[in-house]
Design a protein around this ligand. Structure first.
Ligand code: AGP
Length: 366
């Protein structure tokens, strides 16, 4: 009830602000990388597999999409991600050397459980879940698990479950990399250090709330929005668009920025806000030319830039600077302003933030 909301208006806002704690708890006790973080026997499982298939729904699917970039780039293990409800009903080619990874906050999502059982029925026995509920059916049915410690997530819109899933998936990436001989001690130490700093880094991002609220005032009157990102931030753009649809009922779409000219650019007018997730990585120069394409059509840009970029606010370009550049873990930070943008836009529109229409927290039936 209202008692445990503390200073917050809604569970969603409380859960967004709990993220530094949720990540700290999820990483607690992780002194170094070892496959046994995923349970007994994980080393022999990781030795035995030569590719990964991630199965999930909704926001959990998007965390899997981020993990695909990490797993291929860092562990050099081929990785596919599939929507659970598609996988369970299509004819696919089973591979006994596949590591099946399910991602689910609740551990009870019907489609994700059915996808796991489908994979098992096809002879795939190497199964692992990243799940937030230790007593769930998913944890019981998978051979290996990493239980995230987001704590109970009450808002229908997933926030802290997503960022803690990413933390768990990053550990999985490093454990796979280590088992495959692709993680030096120095790299391991650097990654652990960066992970340990995440709670403080998240706190600094949360302090951007007033700037995001100013954006939300402008979004409240819009009926459409476009989200752009590249690389690991393309799934972050997808997640930003899902959050906006879910709780504000504003139509939102996300595109990999390079796809803009292959169709969605036709939609861009001054009535179309374009949110751009723009970390200062090797794709920034390409992203800047995508932004020019938007500006040339009168589109108004809302840019989440890193502190060390030279992107400045100007006519039609609104910039919020992230406190620091965060390398491979940057998606965990860049999603937070997008969560806040949806939250405050929903508040401005007066929608039922924690219980959006037509949606259930866990989809336990088909
Ligand atoms: C996210 O905001 C959603 N409400 C939804 O997409 C959710 O992530 C999806 O239903 C999967 O749930 P799960 O993680 O409990 O399996």
């Amino acid at each position: 009830g209202a008692a445990d909301l503390g200073p917050y208006r809604h569970y969603m806002q409380k859960e967004i602000f709990e993220q530094p704690r949720a990540i700290a708890d999820t990483l607690e006790g992780v002194e170094g990388i070892t496959p046994e973080l995923f349970g007994d026997g994980a080393y022999s499982t990781f030795k035995a597999i030569d590719n990964v298939l991630i199965l999930a729904c909704g926001t959990s699917y998007y965390s899997g999409c981020v993990a695909k970039y990490w797993i291929e780039a860092i562990a050099k293990v081929p990785c596919q991600v599939e929507i659970a409800s598609e996988y369970r009903y299509r004819e696919s080619v089973p591979n006994p050397s596949t590591l099946i990874v399910t991602i689910t906050q609740s551990g009870e999502t019907a489609d994700t459980l059915a996808a796991l059982r489908h994979a098992q029925s096809l002879g795939m026995t190497h199964t692992l879940t990243i799940c937030n509920v230790s007593t769930s059916a998913m944890v019981r049915e998978c051979k290996h698990a990493y239980v995230t410690r987001a704590g109970a997530e009450i808002g229908v819109a997933s926030t802290k479950a997503f960022t803690t899933q990413l933390a768990g998936l990053f550990l999985l990436t490093l454990a796979l990399a280590q088992t495959k001989g692709r993680l030096s001690d120095a790299e391991e130490a650097a990654h652990i250090k960066a992970m340990r700093h995440l709670p403080a880094a998240l706190q600094a991002v949360l302090a951007l709330e007033p700037q995001v609220m100013a954006w939300a005032q402008e979004f409240a009157s819009k009926e459409n929005a476009l989200f752009l990102g590249r690389g690991t931030h393309y799934p972050i753009a997808l997640e930003g668009a899902l959050k906006l649809k879910e709780i504000t009922y504003i139509h939102a779409e996300a595109y990999a920025a390079g796809e803009l000219k292959h169709g969605p650019l036709a939609l861009v007018t001054s009535a179309m806000p374009v949110v751009t997730v723009a970390p200062n990585d090797q794709l920034l120069e390409k992203l800047k030319s995508n932004m020019q394409e938007v500006r040339a059509r009168g589109g108004v840009l809302y840019v989440l830039a890193d502190g060390d970029t030279k992107i400045e606010s100007s006519e039609g370009i609104n910039v919020i600077r992230m406190p620091e550049h965060y390398g491979v873990l940057s998606p965990i930070l860049h999603v937070v302003p997008l969560q806040l943008l949806s939250y405050h836009t929903a508040c401005a529109r007066g929608t039922d933030v924690d219980k959006p229409r037509n949606l259930a927290k866990s989809v336990t039936v088909e």
